[in-house]
Write a protein that binds this ligand. Sequence first.
Ligand SMILES: Cc1cc2nc3c(=O)[nH]c(=O)nc-3n(C[C@H](O)[C@H](O)[C@H](O)COP(=O)(O)OP(=O)(O)OC[C@H]3O[C@@H](n4cnc5c(N)ncnc54)[C@H](O)[C@@H]3O)c2cc1C
Length: 394
Amino acid sequence: MDFTINQATQEKLDTINEFLHEEVYPLEKLFLSHQWDELFPALEQCRKLIKKLGLWAPNMPVETGGTFTNLMDLALIGEVLGQSPLGHFIFGCQAPDAGNSELLHLFGTDAQKEKWLKPLVAGEIRSCFAMTEPHTAGSNPTLLDSSAELKDGMWHINGRKWFTTAAEGADFTIVMVVTDSDAQKHQRASMIIVPTATEGFEIIRNISVMGATGKGYFSHAEIEFNDCKVPQNYILGQVGTGFALAQERLGPGRIQHCMRWLGIGERCINISKQFLNQRKISSSQVLAQQPLMQAQIAESLAELAAARLMVLQTAWSIEQNGFQKSKNMVSLIKFHTANVVQRVVDRSLQSLGGLGMTDDTVISFFYREERAARIYDGADEVHKIVAAKQFLKS
Ligand SMILES: Cc1cc2nc3c(=O)[nH]c(=O)nc-3n(C[C@H](O)[C@H](O)[C@H](O)COP(=O)(O)OP(=O)(O)OC[C@H]3O[C@@H](n4cnc5c(N)ncnc54)[C@H](O)[C@@H]3O)c2cc1C
């Protein structure tokens, strides 16, 4: 395994880092104080600049309008972008649009690609992904019971979903529903594209998550489908392939989540570093000279470095051997990195004292928002079970 970063990639990473410092970090004040009316136009301006710089949609192939090169490069870009909660959105590679674009690219018909993939990759529209339900366990999605029935060439969709991230303002959702309740459990469900303007699609509320309801892209909705009708050909892939498609969507996407979390950890430890180096704790010493603080920093650095190696090795393995053969490693990095970043964010917050609790730095946002890293895309326990079972039977 070669860890050399080639010159072209390094230059790209440097440009992105510079852009974050100059254009993106200054916008975080608006974000952290929920000044959405000022924030959204500023984000659009940044997106235009990124397109001009030829850095747009690094997750999508060039023929779809993106600038993808390879998974390792994408992982490294994701790490840099993760340093700001606004990074991925500004570069057009944000969840859940990234996963939906990849699904449409792999499984969409030509007509679906023209109608939804093209404008989605171009950043002209947004989307969301509705799988989890409030009343069934998301950890075992074979239990989901929202349904779609085919009558006279139309899917009639009924059911309730929640934690549909970024539903407010999205143009369409990809919904996972039971299309054949009598089929074998992994063939019961399908994915269907539903334009959000369709009658019967309703956002019930933006869910308050640890005190914040967010807005637009930065929100999580509870939604209802009430005899919501879409044409038969809005199905994605074949009838009954919902679970297979979900694996395709979530699998490699976990590399992106992990690298983004590492970026978050690195940003937090750097904010902590600045504070520790200037905070006087006595007439002759700053906090950075305190051994207890040094130990905390060392633990965070070691944990980040080890997790980073695991994630990059997994990305490399996916490139060499494919996702199926790397599945176990993906489960290991998902829960391990989520826990590492939680500890690093927590230590960084602690090092800032009262300032850490305020929204004057981005650390409190990461502390609140990224607690969910141990829950979404498979809770810790689920990934531990998958990895351990695989090891025990091998
Ligand atoms: C911020 C955020 C954003 C999200 N975005 C989306 C989205 O865009 N679209 C979408 O469809 N969903 C989304 N989700 C939902 C997410 O995928 C689910 O919350 C997750 O799959 C867990 O399902 P659940 O909440 O129903 O928990 P449950 O399945 O009810 O599990 C509850 C807890 O039980 C434990 N557990 C589960 N299974 C086992 C087991 N077998 N053994 C031992 N313990 C177990 C875990 O600790 C788990 O946290 C999001 C969630 C969050 C928090």
